[in-house]
Design a protein around this ligand. Sequence first.
Ligand code: LLP
Length: 429
Amino acid sequence: MHGFSYKNGELFCEDVSLQSLAEEHGTPLYVYSGGTITDHFTRLDKALSGVSHEVAYAVKANSNLSVLRLLASKGAGFDIVSGGELFRVIKAGGDPAHCTFAGVGKTREEIIYALEKGIYSFNVESEEELRYLNEVAGELGKIAPAAVRVNPNVDAKTHKYISTGKSENKFGVDFGRIADLYDSAAAEMPNVKMRGLQMHIGSQLTSIDPFIEAVEKVIPLVTALKAKHSIEFWSIGGGIGIVYQDSLASGSPDWWSAKSDSERPLTIEKYGEELVPRIKDLGLKILLEPGRYIVGNAGALITRCLYEKKGSAKTFRIVDAAMNDLIRPALYEGHHDIVPLKEPTDGELTKVDVVGPICESGDFFCQDRPLPDFRPGENIALMSAGAYGFTMASNYNSRPLPAEILVEGEDATVIRKRQTLEDLIAGEL
Ligand code: LLP
């Protein structure tokens, strides 16, 4: 589901009018539906109920403290990729003992910080990293819990920038080298304890097939590692894709269920139905690392139309958000539905480019897309911006970062203040 729908001609997030939020807090403005985040977490948890599991939310998708706090209160663990993310999780009341630490380039400082905080597992991406982890843990007189990320060489059939499970990607260790590496760890690395195995084949997967292929390929390996090295968990990663298109078309607050099977190639229920029977008897704790599925459709970026510019070839609607606020269209040609906050009544569409004020031709949110009319001074919503939206935002062009709001029913809370001009230069000499 998502919490965004028109009520009496106005777009709402749960029970709060987005226009009223835009008037009170200004634009650009990120707005999240707490109910959607909870619903998605709960549904995923339920879909996996047939197997011992833990949902380790991928913090990189949306790392606002209030979002982390909400998920921690529902029982989520966390998948982190930096010392900064661990710091956030701890500040939000999350338990380091339920954190896994991924990433190909952990620094000495990050390793020490995570060892001192007692995380659940370092998900290691190379032999060199495992040896370094052993060395640093030894210096501290600690045993580092670890898992190696296996690269199963499966094509996730997603955008090349977010596909990670092929041999040519920088991630993980080749499938064929894993068993030897666990043997070496047992023989030569006394300061690491191999606790599990990890994999992640890519992001925004909209078909179940690559997940099945990867799981089936890795089952014999993980079974052998359990028998020989007594590992206790298998993280099958994140990557569950979401619907980015036609988010309001059905008129239903739960448009996944309003769509036919062919239009929603991957549902969370199907994910559970297909994977649980394959993994439930392995005797391993299954970890999941979803980011986008939990928060993607729970967020929208509200922006105001500043100008309409009619060129000889195109019509541009220039808005006050830009690629620094939401970089997905520029970086991956990612699609985000664009809807006016005032419900369109006449059904008329005009082909336009919606663009930001930044000095780059890549600064667009859509190109040649037929959209309902909205005029300068009116607000629109860029939908499905809850994942990899704010977390990938930057200060490019010296633009202050937008504010973030969390809506829960009738309550709207500012969970991050808009940056001021002074914030922009804080720390500079
Ligand atoms: N686990 C690992 C090891 C990952 O690298 C990622 C995402 C996840 C879990 C979570 O994947 P998710 O469930 O969110 O698909 N910025 C891109 C997405 C990059 C994903 C990076 N890794 C985008 O905006 O589409």
